[in-house]
Ligand binder design. Structure first.
Ligand code: FO1
Length: 335
């Protein structure tokens, strides 16, 4: 029986991070039950808002919504984003008017979330307050904090014959171009003015464990770490910091992390991502790193860099497999 920490903080992007959180909560409900089907462990999620975008007059926060819907059991299982049983009538009508961006999958049920968020932001509420209000309905079982209340959007530097070199919004690169346009780099517009949202630095310092789940290390975890103050907090927290590799057997488990890593000249391997985060004993971000059993040969190399490493099954095939990963992460980081 692994000892359950009283407080855990998780930095999360969208689909990968949300899937990990389902397993983490299942594990904590088992080893540290609160008697009402929940857990006594306080889990705080710092969500990436670099993917956020204004479309058709509403503010969309893909990673916050993916965590909220996934943990609130409203997520589309087929897509991994947006709502179960979704329709796209509003999207189709907008397209019928020839209004761009026609490539963005704005769902009718999802639209309610964006309308409430947009109205609330425009009447002066912060993204933190709006996210808490939306979570009242979804009851995700975690405290979901945006990484920042200020707008800091990930844009991708691309170059094409016809349009030359330019920066496009991450969502356009991801959805419209399926990350097929080679990314020459990533720019977070507005990041210099961004501050950690209230509670974010406290959640990193006043906790028993910090987890970097298998989210995209560049545009999800990487975006969170670019908010001034957050990387420093991770480097200096007294809590152990453990990461789980998003790359298994030299390929991303899901998504297009390889396209992102290549843009930064980082190899698509579990080792390269670990070294990219770096050992906290050498001024980096992690103390411990979990790789998949397929990458067991990389354990020694990563340990040489000062990062304690263990090879375990890392495929989040179902809740039980993910819960086992979470249990290992807690056990390894706190042992
Ligand atoms: N991903 C897609 O591949 N196609 C879409 O049309 C799309 C729409 C969308 C709408 C709301 C939302 O919260 C997420 C959406 N996503 C879509 C996923 C999103 O682009 C990614 O999940 C994140 O930005 C990357 O983690």
């Amino acid at each position: 029986m692994t000892s359950a920490p009283a407080r855990v903080t998780v930095l999360s992007g969208g689909i990968g991070g949300a899937r990990f959180l389902v397993g983490l909560l299942a594990h904590l409900r088992q080893v540290n039950p609160d008697g009402q089907g929940g857990t006594l462990t306080a889990v705080t999620v710092i969500g990436n808002t670099g993917d956020d975008i204004w479309v058709h007059g509403v503010r969309v926060c893909p990673d916050l919504d993916t965590v909220m819907y996934t943990l609130g059991d409203g997520i589309s299982r087929e897509r991994g984003w947006g709502r179960e049983g979704e329709t796209f009538s509003a999207k189709d009508e907008l397209a019928a008017y020839g209004v761009e961006p026609t490539w963005f999958g704005l769902g009718d049920k999802d639209l309610a979330t964006h309308l409430i968020r947009t109205q609330s932001l425009q009447s002066g509420f912060t993204l933190t307050e709006v996210t808490a209000a939306l979570c009242d309905r979804w009851q995700p079982g975690v405290t979901l904090l945006p990484m920042s209340n200020e707008r800091a959007e990930t844009h991708v530097v691309v170059e094409t014959e016809d349009e030359g070199r330019r920066a496009i919004h991450f969502q356009e690169w991801w959805i419209r171009y399926r990350a097929s346009l080679p990314a020459q780099g990533f720019v977070m517009v507005g990041i210099d003015e961004a501050k950690p949202a209230p509670g974010v630095l406290e959640a990193i310092h006043d906790t028993d464990l910090v987890i970097l789940p298998p989210s995209n290390p560049v545009v999800s975890i990487g975006a969170i770490l670019q908010v001034p103050g957050i990387a420093e907090a991770i480097r200096t927290t007294k809590a152990p910091v453990v990461g789980l590799s998003p790359i298994v057997g030299d390929a991303p488990v899901r998504g297009m992390a390889d396209a992102c890593l290549t843009a930064l000249n980082i190899e698509t391997t579990a080792t390269a991502v670990a070294l990219h985060y770096g050992a906290r004993s050498n001024g980096g971000l992690i103390d411990a790193w979990l790789v998949d059993t397929q990458d067991a040969l990389s354990v020694a190399v990563i340990e040489e860099s000062g990062i304690r490493t263990r090879a375990i099954p890392l495929m989040m095939t179902d809740v039980d497999a993910t819960a086992a990963m979470a249990a290992q992460a807690i056990d390894f980081a706190t042992s």
